[in-house]
Design a protein around this ligand. Sequence first.
Ligand code: HEM
Ligand SMILES: [Cu+2]
Length: 625
Amino acid sequence: MSKSFWQALPKPKAETGFWSWVTTVDHKRIGIMYFWTSLAFFLIGGVEALLMRLQLAGPDRNVVGPDLFNQLFTMHATTMIFLAIMPMTAAFFNYCIPLLIGARDVAFPKLNAFSYWMFLTGGIFLNSSWLLGGASDAGWYGYPTYSLAEYNPGFGVDFWVIGLLLTGIGTLVSGFNFIVTILNMRAPGMSLMRMPMFAWATLVTMFLIVFSFPVITVALLLTLFDRRFGTLLFNVMAGSDITLYHHLFWVFGHPEVYIIVLPAMGIVSEIIPTFARKPLFGYPIMVFSTMLIGFVGFGVWSHHLFTLGFGPVVNTIFALATMIIAVPTGIKMFNWLGTLWKGRLRMTAAMMYALGFLALFLIGGLTGVMLAAAPSNMQIHGTYFVVGHFHYVMIGGALFSLFGAMHYWWPKMFGRMLDERLGKITFWLLFIGFNLTFFPMHILGVFGMPRRIYTYSAEMGWTGLNLVSTIGAFTMAVAVLAALYNIFSTMRKPKDAPADPWDGRTLEWTLPSPVPSYNFAKIPVVTARDHFFYQKYPQLEPLAPATEAETAAAAELVHEEDEIVMPGNSYMPFLMSLGLLAAGYGLIYSMTVFWIGIAFTLLCMVGWAFEGDNVKIVRPGGAKA
Ligand code: HEM
Ligand SMILES: [Cu+2]
């Protein structure tokens, strides 16, 4: 058969070096790219936070001034949420999920690469606004009227809207990809209820993404239409109701906080059993609490809008719905404590971060319940109390867990062990700095300090606590520098991490560190939760033999033992993201460029579909064919 035009196009051949990364479809390499990129954005978001804290260190200071301050809090939040924390969880679920469930890759490897490139594209696009006339200053939720062209001329908000649309494409695609992967690619015997908790957390998170990202997409598109194409969707003078935007935003926004925190809970549920040397206490209840949190999380959005004036009935319903979430969350807390109970604890750096998560997330959860009580919310809404609350959830919850994940999975991802002692010192610096920065904010909030003000006068009596907060922020900065030093000095060490440094429980620890491209030379048959652990310690709990069906399923995969077919690299995901990037700039500067970008993207889509699969045959132990 003669090759079609598309199949005759050049295919990436590089196995090492720059182009091998640009064209890779390997979930592990994609995970590693997510990691470095999100780390870079985390540093940018961190510098933005430090600038804000410098400005607020004392009364009447003029470090950045009001205009820049507004851009800083908008971009800090947007960067931390969409470009740092979410993609850093993506780094770990990309790298780990196929390993945890015994698969060779995700269901759609090329789409996975596309997700990464859309994340990078959107991140660059958003941040390029700093250099092209200024970033958005409409807050991370971009409410109209702040976001409308009459009140906010210039391109900042356009960059923000389009940048989020671009990353959103990647996120949504990941959502579908990982749902299919987790449901369809599990090793024989890996039933849903034998899956590691992190896989469950990821599965539920992906459903949240799939149901909530379309909603923010609509909100952003409507804003874009008002700004660029003259519609009046949010123009109150034309009879529009801007609370439509508020609802759309928070129907997405609240599930978004669980998109951030459920994977963090999943990570902690891997770390604690490993270092307590006990199975996760109440595993089935943990699974159902995760689902319940995800489900109820869609029914609470109006707790962000208590002050909008819906009246007592609506506010009561949303207050109660919100408090119901405390039940499955509390169950999880007790299950983690139950796992620790009478365990033989090993205080590694990863374990310390997991325990830090428990303590700090508990505080964030409790202040959350305080905010959920509508009457007290009326008082502290829009104050620094809220800023204190959500940082306990986002940093104390998500970031601590991600730092734990870093120490835990680093040997698997990079073949080297991070320095444990430095890791523990970093933990304490971060823990102390964090509490110094954010605990005083609760008190400031109750004293009436509104959020998003760029300065205050000495008479308000807020000076001392603000200074403490700024000192805390710089302590955290030192902790982050220590973590960076740990990372970069580790990367210069030889790759000598053992396959199973922590006496692990899950399948990734059966593989060499770092993991070969095909993951499993032989797909494992799983007969129990924590199968690997009981394989090592049959005296604790003998493993049941595999059933006939499981053995048969494994036998079907046997021919892959000496000849593994792996998906081949492709230029198309990267090229498509370039087309969409051009279209993004086109929307702002020139519709011609927009249409060229779209046409190029469509061409790449066709190329993607018809270029053929370019498969790689790998022989474990032998040379590549
Ligand atoms: C590294 C230490 C951090 C410091 C010192 C810090 C500090 C701040 C400050 C001073 C504000 C402005 C508050 C205001 O004026 O209303 C802020 C807002 C915010 N931060 Fe952070 N932050 C940090 C990390 C993070 C992380 C990791 C996340 C999320 C995952 C995050 C999410 C947010 C959000 C959502 C806002 C709200 C912005 C808005 O009002 O629109 N921050 N932060
Ligand atoms: Cu909420």
